[in-house]
Ligand binder design. Structure first.
Ligand SMILES: Nc1ncnc2c1ncn2[C@@H]1O[C@H](COP(=O)(O)OP(=O)(O)OP(=O)(O)O)[C@@H](O)[C@H]1O
Ligand SMILES: [Mg+2]
Length: 405
């Protein structure tokens, strides 16, 4: 049998040469010891997960040439800082007379396919966040000038982010880059497709008996569209105000930062009568606090996790400035936060972090840290005093350590 495996890979990854490329992916289970079973969404194409040195990769088999196109689209999205799975490479495949292609991506650690969010009743509270996350994902793509063409629940993965969810695009096959601007018509199409697909995804789940009766299947897509509209309006609207209200510029920037958007440019112009100011802001991506936290501390986190941690650094700064009766630079406060709060908590939580990843419970240090903060808040409320981070961590381990599966 003539066999061809011609890969194009980014540096720093395995060569994937030892996989049974002579066989279709569907036949790998009996032939490959690197295969792992993970939670996954539905797909038309065969997808397998393989492990090299403790890192998981997803391999998707596609018609000839398609993997390369999808790989390039994912790279484009990465450059534009869209939350998506990380492309590793693609390969041309031939086995006998059959040609195919394979896309290799890094498995998105800690990701939850939507099915598990709907199928587990204790994850109910995440459903509302799921709708926000989907809307946020589409807004980010459209701001970057990208048309998705296949927005669905199955093509999105979700990661926990300090009590809410962050959406990641997993399937870029149909995407098109129209940067810098995406026509309103294409945005409209994307929303139409999203609504149809979401209704389809939920109808499938209902048929399988996984949905509670009161979930409004046909209104869910519309609800995502509404959230999309609100967010789009907040970002792109023009504000008009009097010259004495200049503070509103800062107010608008802060509001966008709170939503995670970094502001690239602010445009203010006077109307011809000189009575009113018109304000427009232009955002880059939705990594505002992530970028700040990484710069200051080297800690990598999702956007809302980073926002919580950044607020804590601000508290540390205020506390130190007051205690030392001088203004403490932000970088100094960040250092103290890392040394005195973040790292000791993570060390204390090490046993939990090392437990096998057998369930949907997060093993992500940043998410666990945020859970400890929430737990500390809860204990402190009850005790009517600040119980401290380590006491909260110990109590958390005692309460949830044994039951965390
Ligand atoms: N890098 C990854 N990390 C985690 N899960 C992944 C990854 N790649 C694929 N998956 C899982 O595999 C499923 C199928 O992947 P994908 O949507 O790319 O396949 P597909 O066959 O192109 O789907 P479609 O039927 O929409 O065309 C996803 O829903 C997801 O659960
Ligand atoms: Mg898909």
């Amino acid at each position: 049998m003539t066999q061809l495996f011609q890969p194009t890979l980014r540096p720093g990854y395995p060569d994937f040469n030892d996989l049974p490329w002579a066989y279709p992916l569907d036949d790998w289970p009996e032939r490959c010891t690197r295969l792992e079973e993970v939670q996954r969404g539905l797909s038309r194409h065969p997808v397998v997960f393989v492990v090299y040195d403790g890192t998981l990769y997803a391999i998707k088999e596609l018609p000839p040439g398609v993997a390369q196109a999808e790989y390039q689209l994912l790279c484009e999205m990465e450059t534009r800082r869209i939350s998506c799975v990380t492309p590793v490479g693609y390969a041309r495949l031939r086995s006998g007379k059959d040609e195919a292609s394979a896309l290799i991506t890094r498995y998105l650690e800690g990701s939850l396919p939507y099915r598990s969010l709907f199928m587990r009743s204790h994850l109910d509270r995440y459903r509302d966040h799921l709708l926000d996350a989907m809307a946020g994902m589409l807004v980010q793509l459209h701001l970057a000038g990208i048309y998705w063409g296949d927005c669905s629940l199955s093509n999105t993965l979700f990661r926990r982010d300090a009590g809410v969810l962050q959406a990641y695009l997993v399937d870029a096959e149909t995407a098109e880059v129209h940067a810098p601007h995406l026509e309103p018509m294409l945005r409209y199409h994307d929303l139409q497709i999203m609504e149809e697909n979401v209704t389809g995804d939920l109808t499938d789940l209902a048929t399988l008996g996984y949905l509670s009766d009161n979930l409004p299947i046909h209104e869910t897509g519309e609800s995502i569209r509404q959230r999309y509209r609100n967010l789009w309006e907040q970002i792109t609207r023009e504000d008009v105000f009097g010259p004495e209200e200049r503070y509103r510029i800062q107010e608008r920037i802060r509001a966008l930062n709170t939503l995670g958007f970094s502001v690239r440019e602010v445009e203010v112009h006077e109307d011809p009568e000189g009575e009113k100011l018109h304000l427009r802001v232009f955002v880059t991506d939705r990594n505002f606090y992530r970028d700040r936290l990484l710069e200051l501390t080297g800690v990598e986190a999702e956007e809302m996790q980073a926002r919580l941690m950044f607020n804590e650094i601000q508290e540390v700064k205020a506390y130190l400035s007051q205690a030392q009766n001088r203004s403490i630079p932000f970088s100094v406060a960040a250092y103290h936060w890392l040394e005195d709060l973040y790292q000791p908590v993570i060390q204390r939580m090490q046993p939990l972090l090392e437990q096998a990843q057998t369930s949907e419970t997060s093993r992500d240090p940043a998410e666990l840290y945020c859970q400890i903060l929430e737990h500390k808040w809860f204990l402190s409320e009850r005790a009517q005093r600040d119980v401290g981070h380590l006491a909260a961590a110990d109590d958390y381990i005692q309460k949830f350590g044994a039951t965390i599966r």
